[in-house]
Design a binder for this molecule. Structure first.
Ligand SMILES: [Zn+2]
Ligand SMILES: [Zn+2]
Length: 102
């Protein structure tokens, strides 16, 4: 059972961003300052990330999106090395196969 974490170990970064640390101990996201909703975490990976950085799912998505760029087809994070998201990459492959390329 996932529970909002309110006891956080102080990291060097917390000394610089005291406010962020305090938000975390109040069960809030240090980035958007909204209360953490544990239901929102999509998977185990997001949850692990939360346990490390304390960020909510939507802030994690934003950071991720900035890091990897956006899929030109649907605007979701481009999670595939081809520059598309996995879904679009997959459907593109299927279309190409259906059309008889390669
Ligand atoms: Zn947030
Ligand atoms: Zn896409």
């Amino acid at each position: 059972m996932r529970q909002v974490k309110t006891e956080w170990q102080k990291r060097p970064v917390d000394l610089m961003f005291r406010e962020g640390y305090e938000l975390k101990t109040q069960g809030k996201c240090p980035t958007c300052k909204q209360p953490i909703n544990v239901e929102k975490f999509r998977d185990e990976l997001s949850w692990k990330e939360y346990e490390i950085a304390g960020m909510c799912q939507s802030c994690q998505d934003k950071v991720f999106e900035e890091a990897v760029g956006k899929c030109p087809e649907c605007g979701l994070p481009a999670t595939h090395p081809s520059g598309l998201c996995r879904d679009c990459h997959q459907s593109k492959l299927e279309t190409e196969e259906a059309e008889g390329h390669e």
